[in-house]
Design a protein around this ligand. Structure first.
Ligand SMILES: [Zn+2]
Length: 347
């Protein structure tokens, strides 16, 4: 009997202890939950979200400044910091695929491409890269047959897919694939798109926290005015179209809006050193188009530039798809900085 009572007592102790512990956890959670917590995968979206959310919302940047979304791997500590996230703004299209493993399962994930028209990656790089791989395998003759304009679209697609599969097998990695085919995920690099993206942020904040809808609406309006100015500045920046060679294939949206043309990229797969054969094809483009300026990017190794700078007298400028540094401490500064660098290079 005594033994029985002790057993009940200890069972009750366990139950109550458990309840107290659970209670503590939930009250801790309530404390941190007072603030709405938003995660953003890349700096430009982080800055947009800060502008719309204001100071009473905690906004977390998932990709640390200086990292490339194409090569990023999160640490356990970074994942832990995201445990209270309510809402996440993501780019999608494989660019920030790592974010899926970082966010808590109950966080609402929002893609920022809502109401945007995305660009397809141009065939250019895919073709160059494919030529490169096939050239190694099948020799020069077949390589020549695959020149750009002679190929029908159907052929091209098949070849592209084949290349794509080979490539994934080799690399065993998903994060580079978007650079070969499909929709170009770098859509934030157009102020016209940014104007639409902040509308998505506003709408989602109001949805999750309607009590503060007036705050979000007011912040949206004043930031929209700033982005409209930036948008106009971008449209007017370059009077004459001109040609540039960028480091990785991130600037098609900005190019289309600002009025310059990207004729080649140094790294067909971001974060992966370009092959000698690929660089040879870039060399031809530099000569044909009389281009003497190239761009590097802060997040990626410059190694792919070396064979070109050894060969030519080139001026190297920096353009930055992500920002978050002293010079690019806001999204608006980031776009202004890039336009300035491209402007310098074009003169
Ligand atoms: Zn990229």
């Amino acid at each position: 009997m005594k033994k029985y009572i002790i057993t009940i007592a200890s069972a009750l102790l366990v139950i109550f202890g458990g309840l107290i512990a659970a209670n503590q956890i939930s009250s801790d959670e309530t404390n941190t939950d007072e603030k709405l917590v938003i995660a953003t995968s890349i700096f430009p979206v982080y800055d947009m979200a800060k502008n719309i959310a204001g100071d009473d919302v905690e906004v977390i940047l998932m990709l640390p400044s200086g990292s490339s979304p194409h090569t990023f791997e999160a640490t356990p500590k970074q994942i832990e910091e995201l445990s209270d996230v309510d809402l996440a703004f993501l780019i999608g299209h494989d660019l920030d695929i790592w974010s899926e493993d970082m966010l808590p399962s109950d966080a609402k994930e929002i893609l920022m491409d809502r109401d945007l028209t995305l660009m397809e990656f141009e065939d250019h790089d895919e073709e160059e890269h494919k030529e490169d791989e096939h050239g190694d395998e099948h020799g020069e003759d077949e390589h020549d047959e695959e020149s750009h304009d002679e190929n029908g679209d159907e052929d091209h697609e098949q070849e592209g897919e084949e290349m794509h599969d080979e490539h994934s097998d080799e690399e065993g990695s998903d994060e580079h694939d978007h650079h070969h085919e499909g929709e170009d995920p770098h859509y934030w690099l157009s102020p016209a798109n940014a104007k639409v993206m902040i509308k998505t942020i506003r709408d989602e904040l109001i949805e999750i926290d309607s009590n503060n809808s007036e705050v979000y609406e007011g912040n949206y309006r004043s930031y929209l005015t700033e982005l409209e100015e930036l948008n106009q500045y971008t449209e007017d920046k370059f009077a004459e179209p001109f040609e540039v060679v960028t480091f990785h294939n991130a600037f098609n949206y900005l190019a289309t809006q600002a009025g310059f043309e990207i004729v080649a990229t140094i790294e067909p797969v971001a974060g992966q050193e370009a092959s000698a054969k690929y660089i040879e094809s870039v060399t031809e483009i530099l000569e044909d188009h009389d281009i003497n300026e190239l761009f590097k990017e802060p997040q990626l190794s410059e190694n792919s530039l070396t064979p070109l700078t050894e060969q030519f007298q080139l001026e190297i400028y920096t353009i930055d798809p992500l920002g978050g540094t002293d010079q690019t401490s806001t999204y608006i500064d980031l776009i202004m900085y890039n336009l300035e660098q491209i402007s310098k290079a074009s003169n």
